[in-house]
Structure formats: C-alpha cells, structure tokens
Design a binder for this molecule. Structure first.
Ligand SMILES: [Zn+2]
Ligand SMILES: [Zn+2]
Length: 238
C-alpha cells in the first residue's frame, strides 16, 4: 500500500502541467503543444528588423524603413509579437518579481534559433546599476544566460555596460529615444567578430541600433539581435 501511494505521488509530481492552460502536460518548454501552437508567432517579418509584415510573400522581404536606411545590426530575430499571453509573461517576469517566467521564454527562443547563424558570444542588453538595484535582476541577462546555455555558446555579462541611467524609453517618442540613449552604452574590451544581443522586447529598435553602433565601433562585424517579442512599429502591406 505504501509503495503504491509512493508511486502515485511520484507519477503526479513527474507530470508537469502547462504554465499557460494548466490542463495539458507541458513540453520541455513548460508550455503544452496546443498552447505553443496558439502563441502569437510572427509568420511574416522584415528580414532585417523583424517588424511583422502583412504580405503574401514568405521570405526575403525587407520593410520600407530598412530599405530607406540600412540598420546597423545584421538581423533581428523575434519569434513572437508582443501580445497575449507573451506580454503577460514578460510583465510578470519584469515588474512582479516572477523571474521564473523567463525560463520558458528563453527555451522557446532557443528552439526558434536552432537553425540560425550562431554568434561567437551572447550578451544581454545591460541595465544601469541603479536600475539593477531597484529590480534586483536584469531580465535580459537571465534570458541571455539560459539561451547561451541551451545553444552551447559563450555568454558574457561584462562586455557591454550602461553608463547613463536614462529615462524609460516608453515615455519618449522615436527621436527623443535615440537622443536619450546616445553615449549611454560602453563596450569594455574588444568584442569577437559576431555577437548576439538578447532582450525581452523590441519596440522601435532604438536600443538595438545604439548597441550595434557601439559594438561595431569596438570592432564587432556582425551584431544579431535576439528578442522574445516584437511590438509592430507599423504594418506594411506588400
Ligand atoms: Zn497549455
Ligand atoms: Zn525592417
């Protein structure tokens, strides 16, 4: 009797349920296959900036913004649009101290990256030390560390630092965002030829562009931007 109960207890604890629906057994990413299918996957996006596009063409489309002015990064890769339930998970992880929600997002991002070009180093978008003290952790660093471990690529939390504690980007328009961030990142030492910079969300791409410029000025040739979710800038019709 004791053994039977023990076995039941083990079985119960071995089956982990999906963190989103709580109904089906979770896959390795902690989300069940049905919920993975329902996530807001970006199916068509600009090949450079990952801005979601409405188009019948499936590949090699560059949005008008990137055509007009080539961005300083090589490519942005984003599996999801920033909407339900990804936005909720990110909000909980970032502002409610529930950092464990970063793990499934890092795992889903890693799965999405498995056939993409691999960099020599993975780094997070850094947080200013004052902001780090307030939040206790840098969500981008936790994501980047797990993605690096999953993909078997070296990780560094020290190559890039944020030297200016700039106001929140969300409060500023595009032009002000760019000015706000100018000279606020600093590259410590020399980066390898290719680097992937990890963050949770990308909106206008101003942070990604500024970091890319700093890394390139320090000698890096290819800067990949890997993010969990992309906020569509504007929808382009092709
Ligand atoms: Zn589910
Ligand atoms: Zn683009």
């Amino acid at each position: 009797m004791f053994t039977k109960n023990k076995n039941r207890w083990l079985l119960f604890n071995q089956i982990r349920l999906c963190i989103l629906c709580g109904l089906h057994p979770a896959s390795a990413t902690q989300v069940c296959n049905a919920c993975i299918d329902d996530l807001p996957w970006i199916t068509n996006a600009c090949q450079r900036c990952a801005n979601p596009l409405i188009t019948g063409k499936q590949s090699q489309v560059i949005c008008p913004t990137c055509q007009k002015k080539s961005p300083p990064f090589t490519q942005v890769i984003a599996p999801f649009e920033y909407r339900f339930p990804i936005d909720q998970l990110i909000q909980l992880a970032k502002f409610n101290g529930q950092a464990h929600y970063l793990n499934p997002m890092a795992d889903l991002l890693s799965d999405h990256l498995h056939d993409k070009p691999m960099p020599e180093l993975i780094i997070p978008v850094p947080l200013h030390r004052k902001r780090l003290q307030e939040r206790q952790y840098n969500q981008a660093a936790l994501l980047a560390h797990r993605v690096a471990r999953n993909l078997g690529v070296p990780f560094s939390n020290r190559l890039l630092i944020k030297t200016e504690n700039t106001p929140h980007q969300a409060e500023l328009d595009r032009k002000a965002r760019s000015k706000n961030l100018r000279n606020s990142f600093h590259c410590v030492g020399s980066p390898p030829a290719s680097v992937a910079v990890v963050d949770d969300v990308m909106t206008t791409g101003t942070t990604a562009a500024e970091i890319s410029k700093v890394l390139k000025a320090a000698g890096c040739q290819q800067v990949y931007i890997w993010i969990v979710a992309r906020t569509p800038k504007e929808l382009h019709l092709f």
